[in-house]
Design a protein around this ligand. Structure first.
Ligand code: HEC
Length: 174
């Protein structure tokens, strides 16, 4: 006798291997407000694992919900709000670590800070000549870089290693 499950199995196996972040089909979703609504709504047409196969911000989840509605999903607005909040909270965009300006390689400066190759090279050259950057102001002294671009990314920058072993002391301003 053949069970339908037999044919599904190799597919699941493949999915598990290629995308380890995906929940197994029967796994529980994390607890929290909106879980029941999400479970009800998001496994009506496909496996839950597919529904939560993405990691994205609220905007991204909003777009996914719109897409599912185009594909025929129907739910009252209150439920949609709950589901949107639930998905954005429990399956958020992957956070990238901050960029350590004193360790970053050229390629990281280029991609994470949207810098041109020449700007990244200028930062590395300056770092080599002057030592570690201590602050944003330090970084803005690098000739040939676009200050506005640097300012726009200041929230992802850290300046580790500039003054090692000074942190436990009370802040002093010599
Ligand atoms: C009315 C049916 C239906 C419902 C309900 C539904 N989906 Fe889908 N979903 C689809 C179809 C059709 C596809 C594309 C074909 C496929 O992958 O099976 C899909 C694909 C997806 C994908 C794969 C990536 C993509 O964008 O195509 C994700 C993620 C997804 N759905 C998330 C969800 C979430 C989250 C919910 C609950 C809020 C949900 N779906 C509810 C029909 C639905």
């Amino acid at each position: 006798m053949k069970f339908p499950g037999d044919t599904v199995f190799p597919f699941l196996l493949l999915a598990a291997v290629s995308a380890p972040a995906v929940l197994p089909a029967r796994a529980q979703l994390p607890a929290g407000p909106g879980r029941a609504e999400t479970e009800k709504l998001c496994q009506a047409c496909h496996e839950m694992a597919k529904s939560v196969s993405l990691r994205q911000d609220r905007n991204g989840w909003g777009n996914t919900l719109k897409k599912m509605m185009v594909l025929g999903m129907k739910a009252p607005d209150e439920d949609l709000h709950l589901v949107l909040a639930y998905l954005s909270k429990n399956f958020p965009a992957e956070e990238l670590p901050p960029v350590d300006v004193n360790k970053a390689r050229a390629i990281q400066l280029e991609s994470r800070m949207s810098l041109r190759r020449s700007e990244a090279a200028a930062i590395l050259r300056y770092r080599k000549e002057h030592g570690n950057f201590r602050s944003l102001e330090d970084l803005l002294k690098v000739p040939g870089i676009d200050a506005a671009k640097i300012e726009a990314k200041k929230h992802i920058l850290v300046f580790a290693g500039a003054e090692p072993r000074r942190q436990e002391a009370a802040p002093s301003r010599e």
